[in-house]
Design a binder for this molecule. Structure first.
Ligand SMILES: [Zn+2]
Length: 485
């Protein structure tokens, strides 16, 4: 090879290499700028405004509505002009006022309890009765026990039921409330599961439906004391009283904002998190952090001044804690344009150190996300891509429609210490982990929206059914009316 040919060959190789590498380098530079903006940005202030400013944000409550209006104004303050409140209806609004209870025999002592969410007030003066235990929740058993249940307070023993798995247990437990009312129960005591009589907020029924009976979640040690007394053949009487505020059918607003894409604005990816929370704490990790990540991603992408090829929608959902109601309503209201939804990114696992993304049972999503994890996210996050399939947060309704759905995976080793408890407050959020999470969300969204091709195809109904069946979710989802195999 003579020297001119060698030089020409080297030049060609150089050009080929630089041309091939150029887009990736550009994208890396852009997403690095994006990540820097998030890491140095005001997200902790945003989170504090949301949590300390509005407190717990029960779906349909005035606090939720005020937070939704605040969030819409936030998007606007980032220079995003396409901001909408999109409403859906829940069957009942509900707010906690107060609850108290005491054992009146054989001991006189206060009980650690609160109303189960979406349960009614007791009649004035409360209810008083002897306690009976139920550990079989079938209609037949409860009917057969009606003479023992009538005029009593029922303490639920769910240990056998939940041994069958949570997704099998929940529909059975929900249905039993109506059977217990028919059998003449005065009210329900549902033991909590953690020591120190700590309470974890939850509701009785899926879908913001009102429980037919007053029900109380009861501290673990209190419930064990009652069980020991009953086992020793002593009769236990309790007096329970609660006031809760209900508002019947109530409109709830999802908050939606959009940054238009430059080349394919009709195609969109969605970054979502639920804005509603439970009310014992102020919903900081669950899910103020996720909501603030979405707001921060929006701020940083808007501030970049360089929109990606496709549009990015930002969604803050209501009704997640009552059964993913806001995101489900969105997939119904926007059914005809879901085919243009390239991917959904959800964040609702707290603000632990970022580990990667859950790909919800799809190997093709794992392969498609791997290059992003291994390059653009490398300095921010672990590179885990989990195949776990869940219907526990707002990627779920999109998963049912076959949309490529990702759920942010973070270190959750301390999450359950505060989840749904009075301790879920701003002071539990580690700023650096939270900002790294937000940066992962922003960078991933930008990379998918900017890519020349959609990240993966949509799945058809049968393929989604296979994933749900394998995960043991299909029967449960059918029972709550969101899945039709
Ligand atoms: Zn949550």
């Amino acid at each position: 090879m003579n020297s001119r040919r060698a030089l020409a060959t080297a030049l060609v190789i150089f050009l080929v290499l630089t041309c091939a590498a150029q887009p990736a380098d550009d994208l890396q530079q852009t997403t690095d700028r994006l990540a820097s903006s998030v890491l140095l940005g005001p997200s902790m202030t945003t989170l504090r405004e949301l949590t300390d400013g509005f407190g717990g944000r029960l779906t349909g409550s005035p606090a939720y509505q005020a937070a939704a209006e605040w969030a819409a104004a936030k998007f606007g303050s980032f220079g995003i002009h396409s901001v909408r409140l999109e409403s859906f209806e829940i069957p009942n609004g509900w707010q906690r006022r107060w609850a108290h209870g005491e054992m009146v025999a054989p001991l006189v002592r206060p009980l650690h309890l609160e109303s189960v969410g979406w349960t009614p007030s007791t009649p004035e003066g409360g209810i008083q009765g002897e306690v009976v235990v139920i550990d079989d929740f079938s209609a037949d058993h409860i009917k057969a026990q009606a003479a023992q249940i009538n005029g009593h307070v029922v303490l639920l023993d769910t240990s056998k039921l939940f041994a069958q798995g949570v997704w099998k247990a929940l529909p059975v437990l929900s249905a039993s409330y109506a059977y217990l009312k028919d059998a003449g129960a005065l009210g329900i005591l549902q033991p909590d599961r953690e020591k120190d009589n700590v309470l974890n907020a939850h509701d009785a029924l899926w879908g913001a439906k009102m429980s037919p009976l007053p029900a109380f979640q009861l501290g673990l040690e209190d419930s064990k004391l009652i069980r020991r007394l009953l086992d020793a053949r002593q009769s236990v009487s309790v007096k329970l009283e609660a006031q809760n505020k209900t508002s019947g059918a109530t409109a709830v607003n999802n908050v939606i904002a959009e940054i238009r894409g430059t080349e394919h604005p009709e195609e969109w990816i969605l970054i979502g998190a639920h804005l509603d929370s439970w009310d014992f704490g102020t919903g900081a990790q669950d899910n103020g952090a996720g909501a603030a990540m979405v707001l921060e991603a929006a701020r940083a992408i808007a501030a970049l001044g360089q929109p990606p090829r496709r549009s990015i929608r930002f969604a803050l959902w209501g009704g997640e804690e009552q059964g993913l109601l806001g995101s489900f309503a969105y997939t119904q209201a926007h059914a005809t344009e879901l085919e243009k939804c390239v991917a959904v990114l959800n964040t609702d696992n707290g603000a632990g150190h970022p580990k990667g993304w859950k790909v919800e049972g799809r190997k093709d999503l794992m392969e498609a996300m791997a290059p992003i994890s291994n390059t653009l996210l490398k300095a921010l996050s672990g590179d885990d891509l989990s195949m776990e399939v869940t219907y526990d947060t707002d990627h779920g309704p999109f998963l049912l429609k076959g949309v490529p759905a990702f759920d942010l995976e973070v270190d959750m080793s301390h999450y359950m210490e505060i989840h749904h408890k009075s301790s879920d407050t701003f002071d539990k959020v580690d700023a650096l982990n939270f900002k790294a999470d937000a940066a992962v969300v922003a960078v991933t969204a930008y990379a998918i929206a900017e890519d020349a091709r959609p990240i993966a195809p949509h799945l058809d109904h049968a393929a989604v059914g296979e994933i749900l069946k394998k995960a043991g979710l299909d029967e449960f989802l059918k029972s709550v009316g969101v899945w039709n195999p």
